[in-house]
Design a protein around this ligand. Structure first.
Ligand code: SF4
Ligand code: SF4
Length: 287
């Protein structure tokens, strides 16, 4: 039976496709572990099935599918998925670049991952305590020379902020786009990050509220979640990408987890037009 198209509301800003939550690294500040750990260790959906499900999406050209994880390079069909998604669906990738870049370059046309946006389409996360910088730079330059839109992103973690800033200078000198991001979450009993609803993060006291998302969050099992909090905690999903009649309801939903929200959902960030001041979710009636 063919699957019905899934139309995204015009106000949606992000499509996150978590091909896997497995990762080759284990950064101790990883936001994926905010909910207590990876609950999807054995969830790998074959590339053919992913393509069938993602090809249902109807979305504007300025709203790409962001393929991420965990580390999406660990999915055995990453290249096949990129090659077989509908050509009018734009694609971004978030990765730590652990995959074989030669194989990637040989198989993917850089034009497939290009779109008119003021940031690179392949965004490589750099984690100083866990990665070899020289190795990473070599891989990034190789991809760049092959014509890919690629850049490195690193968080300003209080423990290695200075190292990141030095690396930024080095990368600029080599002609690599390097951007820094705010550290989100807890370190030394302090909550870091700029949040639209500060009480929603790291608060022992849970409250009830109404919450509406502007993102399509698709987990490794193709379940669709209200928010990152629900994905990482594997709370009951809203549906699954393989439900033939699934449709997005752009509504406020009741939630009793305000206070335990994931920083990703509450942080102040840019929207897809790069306008600052946006958040993934809108919250009201907190009590
Ligand atoms: S590379 Fe990213 S996904 Fe993997 S452990 Fe580190 S922060 Fe988490
Ligand atoms: S209030 Fe927090 S936990 Fe609840 S749905 Fe919104 S973002 Fe998710």
């Amino acid at each position: 039976m063919s699957l019905k198209k899934i139309k995204l509301p015009r106000r949606y800003n992000y499509i996150a496709c978590f091909l896997t939550l497995n990762c080759n690294l284990r950064c101790d500040y990883c936001i994926n572990y905010y909910g207590g750990g990876n609950k999807f260790k054995n969830s790998i959906i074959a590339g053919k099935k992913w393509v069938e499900m993602l090809n249902r999406l109807v979305c504007p050209s300025d709203l790409p599918i962001t393929i991420q994880g965990g580390e999406p390079g660990l999915h055995p069909d990453l290249i096949w998925i990129i090659k077989n998604l509908r050509q009018d669906l734009n694609i971004d990738i978030l990765t730590n670049l652990c995959f074989d870049v030669d194989k990637f370059i040989d198989n993917i046309n850089p034009g497939r991952l290009r779109r008119d946006a003021p940031y690179p389409n392949i965004r490589v996360s750099y984690h100083p305590p866990y990665m070899d910088l020289d190795e990473l730079i070599k891989k990034v330059l190789k991809m760049q020379q092959a014509g890919f839109s690629i850049g490195i992103f690193s968080i300003l973690h209080p423990q290695f902020k200075q190292e990141v800033l030095k690396t930024k200078e080095k990368c600029y000198g080599l002609g690599i786009d390097f951007r820094t991001k705010e550290f989100l979450g807890e370190f030394n009993a302090q909550i870091y990050g700029t949040y639209l609803y500060p009480e929603a993060v790291g608060n022992g006291k849970r409250k009830r509220c109404l919450c509406r998302t502007s993102e399509l969050i698709i987990g490794p099992n193709a379940d669709i979640y209200r928010c990152h909090h629900d994905l990482y905690k594997d709370l009951p999903p809203l549906g699954n990408m393989s439900d033939s009649d699934f449709e997005i309801k752009d509504i406020f939903r009741e939630c009793s987890q305000f206070g335990d929200c994931n920083p990703c959902d509450i942080k102040v960030k840019t929207n897809r037009f790069q306008v600052y001041g946006n958040t993934s979710v809108e919250i009201k009636d907190v009590k």
